[in-house]
Design a protein around this ligand. Structure first.
Ligand SMILES: O=C(O)CCC(=O)C(=O)O
Ligand SMILES: [Fe+2]
Length: 397
């Protein structure tokens, strides 16, 4: 058993033959307790002490406009600089999520960084395993290559001073189970979309987490694909609308916990459908976490649109990807085109992650842009989904 792991109670052998299994596998199998992965002992000296959460009592002025030019526009259409160094690359499903092996995020050339941006904008989220060299300085450096880093007004930043542009995710052995705080739909969100220039490229690295199977997976949901799920008439209607994204609830929650709200909360009106400047694709720009109102329509209608979009984002498996983390793994997503959701219920494991994101362009809708399905259908002859559901059998059994 690996050092630092507590031996779980092993049930008496039930006599099942394990002959033929390699000795190491036999040991693992005998240690198996359904739904119970071994809990790590917490080391006296935790290697990421300096990145533990802190809520500084400081005040920052409102954000002002920052220049942004998307590096993804400089990327190769086939991502050749990035992928020529890869040992493996595969999609999780057609709509969202790609995993790449053999790439060291700490040592990319500029051409590879541009390709990475283009790939993230195209696939929504890209995963990298075991990025040992990609420490917090490297993570910030890569983030800064893409744009000006965002400083969060309320969530934790690291204990170490000077890292206020890093957002810390931490659940410790004594933390309450956060499932109690949120409805599952509300847990889905895109980060800080109440800002005038919400983020694009966003990296999250898990430093310490439950062992595989111990929970704490993260899910992403494609907003390109969510847009493609709507009927043409609904697409047109939503394109004519804007939504309010508000930081008020987040700020209120922090104040209730006695924490300082470092920047006054803002509410910003954004188009409900936007164009991604790199792919040129339309995506829904909805956020179950921060959208409070659809502008210019009666409240009942606003509530109904919000409920419809919540349902599409949160409950459509084919537009989602679910990632099971290992320590040192990195997910890099485009916050403009996906929502994501943590999953809880991994107690008593510790889970610690750090996030860096850059501020992107002010969201806009180019009425001449295409949807992902329309563009891929035109370019590669891919068949578009039949959306009317006519003649479909009932799959429930
Ligand atoms: O902890 C997670 O799985 C996701 C956290 C999150 O939403 C974020 O860092 O933006
Ligand atoms: Fe998030």
């Amino acid at each position: 058993m690996a050092p630092g792991l507590v031996e779980p109670t092993v049930p008496e052998s039930n006599g099942t033959s394990l002959v033929g299994l390699k000795p190491s596998l036999r040991t693992n199998a005998l240690n198996y307790t359904p739904g119970r992965s071994p809990v790590k002992k917490h080391d006296e000296t935790y290697p990421y002490e300096d990145l533990r959460p802190r809520f500084p009592d400081v005040k920052w002025p409102p954000l002002t406009g920052v220049p942004y030019s998307d590096k993804g526009l400089l990327g190769d259409p086939n991502f050749k600089h990035l992928l020529s160094s890869a040992t493996d690359v595969f999609d999780y499903n057609p709509k969202i999520g790609t995993e790449i092996h053999g790439i060291d995020l700490a040592n990319l050339t500029d051409l590879q960084k541009n390709d990475l941006a283009r790939l993230i904008a195209t696939r929504g989220v890209v995963f990298f395993r075991n990025q040992k060299n990609f420490d917090i300085e490297k993570q910030r450096e890569l983030g800064r290559y893409f744009g000006e880093l965002h400083k969060h007004a309320t969530t934790a930043c690291p204990r170490r001073e000077g890292l206020e542009d890093v957002h810390v995710v931490y659940t410790g052995e004594d933390s309450p189970d956060l499932r109690a705080l949120f409805t599952p739909t509300f847990l889905w969100h895109s980060d800080v979309t109440y800002e005038v220039q919400p983020p694009s490229y966003t990296s999250l690295k898990v430093l310490t987490g439950p062992p595989r199977g111990g929970g704490g997976d993260t899910l992403w949901s494609s907003q390109y694909a969510a847009y493609d799920m709507l009927s043409p008439a609904m697409q047109k209607y939503l394109e004519s609308l804007t939504a309010l994204h508000s930081a008020d609830l987040q700020a209120q929650g922090s104040r209730e916990l006695g924490r300082t709200v470092r920047r006054e909360p803002v509410t910003t009106e954004h188009p409900l459908v936007r164009t991604n400047p790199v792919t040129g694709w339309k995506s829904l720009f909805f956020n179950p976490g921060f959208v409070t109102k659809i502008v210019g329509v009666p409240k009942t209608e606003s509530d109904a649109i919000i409920a419809l979009l919540n349902e599409i984002v949160a409950t459509s498996p084919e537009i989602q990807v679910r990632f099971q983390w290992g320590e040192g793994d990195v997910a890099f997503w485009d916050n403009r085109v996906c929502n994501h959701s943590a999953s809880y219920g991994f107690a008593p494991h510790r889970r610690h992650a750090v996030r860096v994101c850059c501020q992107a362009e002010k969201p806009y809708l180019d009425p001449n842009s295409k949807s992902q399905e329309d563009d891929l259908a035109e370019r590669y002859g891919l068949r578009k989904a039949n959306k009317d559901g006519a003649g479909v059998v009932n799959y429930n059994d």
